[in-house]
Design a protein around this ligand. Structure first.
Ligand SMILES: C[S@@+](CC[C@H](N)C(=O)[O-])C[C@H]1O[C@@H](n2cnc3c(N)ncnc32)[C@H](O)[C@@H]1O
Length: 255
């Protein structure tokens, strides 16, 4: 599996809770996905609601190109555009809904203040926000399982926790949205499980890409695989697959 496919397998569990609040949007409504990556969330929305006008924005031209190719192949109408979430090229009050999955209010991407103000600016009065984000490192199985294991094996793990200091503060994300002018801010925890067909599929995800990959690669592979196998044995199913839990913060609000 590619890195992208591995991430999408994990994030697929967030599609339904993120799209559910958009159910009552009228035909022709304008939806913008912020920091869309390859835009799978927008493509799924387009599949379910071909009547909507959907624009998916990201800074990275490479992921936008993948999204465009996927849309063309599936015959879906999503407008992929290169844009910064802190400078959205939409008029004030011109958008009916803003959605984002691990984009808006994800630590390390953009200023929470500027990006939430931009989302509020482009939404029409009563326009809807529906987003999901990681607030801390324990919530994602990638870091939640990997970091304790790497530390146990004395890998030189940098201080990733510092990056999440603000988003893990209880109420912080709600405060940012309220300060940006959002009303009816609602936040909840969403828990889901992702299934990996066997240990190698999990290993491919956990040790095969991203910031932890070089830390795993510097260790003795046999030793670290054995330690990992032990670590995730509690998630093993009777069929030999692994079901790893994840928890994300879901936020909805009205402009
Ligand atoms: C974790 S990925 C998002 C995953 C994606 N939303 C999905 O559902 O598959 C974060 C994305 O944010 C994008 N990004 C980072 N900073 C950004 C910014 N200032 N404006 C827009 N996109 C940004 C990155 O290029 C990357 O594609």
């Amino acid at each position: 599996m590619t890195d992208q496919a591995n991430i999408l397998r994990l994030l697929a569990g967030l599609v339904d809770p993120l799209l559910a609040p958009l159910e009552h949007l009228p035909a022709g409504a304008q939806v913008v996905q912020i920091a869309c990556g390859t835009g799978q969330l927008s493509l799924e929305l387009s599949r379910r609601r071909p009547d909507l006008r959907i624009t998916a924005i990201d800074l990275n031209p490479a992921v936008l190109a993948v999204g465009r190719a996927d849309a063309a192949e599936a015959g879906l109408k999503v407008d992929f555009r290169r844009m910064n979430m802190t400078g959205l090229e939409f008029d004030d009050g011109s958008v009916d809904a803003v959605i984002s999955r691990m984009g808006l209010l994800l630590s390390g991407l953009a200023s929470f203040e500027e990006s939430s103000q931009e989302a509020a600016r482009v939404l029409r009065p009563q326009g809807l926000l529906s987003i999901a984000t990681w607030t801390d490192l324990a919530s994602s199985p990638y870091t939640g399982v990997g970091l304790p294991l790497l530390r146990e094996l004395q890998a030189p793990v940098p201080d990733f926790e510092g990056l999440f200091a603000e988003s893990s503060r209880p109420g912080a994300l709600e405060d940012h949205l309220a300060q940006a002018g959002f009303r009816e801010v609602e936040a909840s925890w969403f828990r889901w499980e992702t299934e990996y067909p066997d240990f190698d599929a999990w290993w491919d995800f956990a040790a095969g890409f991203g910031p932890l990959q070089p830390l795993y690669a510097a260790l003795d592979e046999q030793l670290v695989r054995a330690a990992m196998s032990e670590q995730i044995s509690r998630y093993r199913t009777s069929s030999g697959s692994y079901r790893l839990p994840a928890t994300a913060r879901l936020l909805t609000a009205r402009a």
